[in-house]
Design a protein around this ligand. Sequence first.
Ligand code: ATP
Ligand code: BTN
Length: 272
Amino acid sequence: MTTNAQTYDLSFLNKALLPAVIDELRYYASIASTNTEASRLIEQGQIRGNTLLLAEEQTAGRGRLRRTWLSDPHDSLTFSLAIHGDHLSVLDNPQMLTLVAAVAVTDAIKELAGIQAAIKWPNDILLNGKKACGILVEAVWQPPALQGAIVGIGINVGAKAVPTGTNLRYPPTSLEDACGFAVQRESLLVSILQSFFQWLPHMNEAAFRSHYQNHLAFIGEWVNIINSEDQSILSGQCMGISQQGSLMLQQTDGTMIHCTAGEISLRQNNHK
Ligand code: ATP
Ligand code: BTN
């Protein structure tokens, strides 16, 4: 079953997004990675305002820590939003953008597919407990200033986008598999961007935190935080997120730990 046999309807996207939502749209039929390209454009001062880089195909899509993001042209949605430093007063904490992006994806999925997605803190979106989307936020610094930020999002929209026969870190799924019908990529993209820019100015408010926590996977459950550098494991009960976007874990002795997103991975702890 093919969800999106054709490429993007760019005239629809231009009308829906410019100039109300974004300042510029750059489309690539094939590119190594939209995050890498966005980073290059920011470094060279070629980004004005909020620029969307949308790719039909990525030949070297990236996750964190040089991991690979696999995508299938036509069935995946892969894009990066490049935000000029001048456009963000929040750039003292760019990692908060991961949380805003996660909420935007869950909002859009609810709107268009009618299903509740869960956020596996900090950067994955789960449908029925499986990974359907990954988010990669990167900052471009030119000390002492932050030149810009990049919010990269990859979503398995159609069933064919789900990688097969590969050794994945988490079981994958697609939006189509989870909701049972084909969701149009253009509508999904517009809805994500609209929600992202609606939440962005409010990300330090209690309403945002509460909305985020309503979608947080494993809340109230026992989880492990695995440090990718030394494989050390911290266990605790997932209590939600702090105002700075850290994950709060309560240990058996009552101690509350604040985990910041770094070289760590969150996993459910089934032994508690
Ligand atoms: P963790 O779950 O350990 O926190 P992560 O989910 O944040 O890791 P990254 O570290 O950013 O993931 O790396 C991306 C990972 O996503 C890859 O290593 C791969 O296992 C997985 N992956 C790649 N492409 C897809 C896809 N289309 N759908 C689901 N998972 C994918
Ligand atoms: C993750 O799995 O945790 C993050 C994956 C992020 C993938 C997206 S696809 C668009 C953008 N370009 C990339 O190379 N990566 C991000």
